[in-house]
Design a binder for this molecule. Structure first.
Ligand SMILES: [Zn+2]
Ligand SMILES: [Zn+2]
Length: 273
């Protein structure tokens, strides 16, 4: 199974518009892995894209994604949805005014949330442009790939993906993983890709996470290590690396050398299991 992190950033990209912080300035200067676009994952085996942050069209060009046959969106937050217009380029011919629908998959409650938050955009793409076909689904089987969609948090409807090919298993917990809901499916994963981890609890402006209003939704590094041990996970990859953590690609590159099979994503990272 081959996957690619298309975007490893969080709710704002790095460099963030107008921002003069040292992380953004360094990213402008160095480019490459120092830059992060919005959170998304591509399953190369089945040409499936998970999530459409607002910069997804640019991100797909950068990562040389030439085909998307299947699309899923994890939840209705803008940093995962606002690039949904990419379906127009995938499934609609504006010269012939003809749609060729691609398959869209999500949990029923997530489809409802996306329509509610985005003026019925999915209904528009089905009924007017005909560029997607919507599957309300919690289990997907395409070729050799088998995907379970788990709602990690029924009060916010956040999908975690359990992606399997034969004995190989990758979990994509792309946003809001805390509070974390236990599921037996997470045991013995080859790779667990998890979001929203602040390694040292110090934020970009020098303040501490423990004083921030969003502190309860963020994992600390030792909680991730505990999770890795409890679920016997071979490798953890931290993604959705937010600008507000205030850490650069160079910082994470050094940090991961001190950790046991915990890595930090970058745009274009390939995951082969
Ligand atoms: Zn910044
Ligand atoms: Zn997010």
């Amino acid at each position: 199974m081959k996957l690619k992190i298309i975007g490893s950033g969080g709710m704002s990209i790095i460099p963030s518009s107008f921002c003069k912080c040292k992380i953004c300035e360094e990213a402008r200067q160095k480019g490459g892995r120092y830059e992060r676009l919005g959170p998304s994952l591509y399953i190369d085996d089945i040409k499936m894209l998970i999530d459409t942050p607002e910069d997804i069209a640019v991100a797909c060009n950068r990562q040389k994604i030439s085909e998307v046959k299947h699309l899923s969106i994890s939840h209705s937050d803008p940093d995962h949805v606002k690039g949904i217009r990419i379906v127009e380029k995938i499934g609609y011919d504006f010269i012939k005014e003809k749609g060729t629908p691609i398959s869209f998959y999500a949990l029923p409650e997530v489809i409802k949330d996306i329509n509610y938050m985005n003026r019925d955009c999915l209904k528009y793409y089905v009924d007017v442009l005909g560029c997607i076909s919507v599957n309300e689904i919690s289990h997907i089987e395409i070729d050799n790939i088998d995907i379970d969609l788990n709602n990690n948090n029924p009060s916010r409807n956040i999908t975690f993906y359990v992606i399997k090919e034969n004995e190989k298993k990758v979990i994509y917990a792309c946003c809001n993983p805390k509070p974390f809901t236990h599921n037996d499916m997470y045991f013995d994963a080859d790779v667990f890709i998890i979001s929203l981890v602040s390694d040292d609890g110090i934020l970009n402006d020098g303040t501490e996470l423990k004083d921030a209003p969003f502190k309860d939704g963020i994992f600390a590094l030792d909680e991730i290590i505990q999770m890795k041990n409890y679920y016997r996970i071979k490798k953890i990859i931290v993604t959705h690396i937010d600008e507000i953590w205030g850490k650069s690609y160079g910082y994470y590159n050094e940090l991961e050398k001190k950790l046991d099979n915990i890595f930090f994503a970058y745009d274009g990272m390939e995951i082969i299991v």
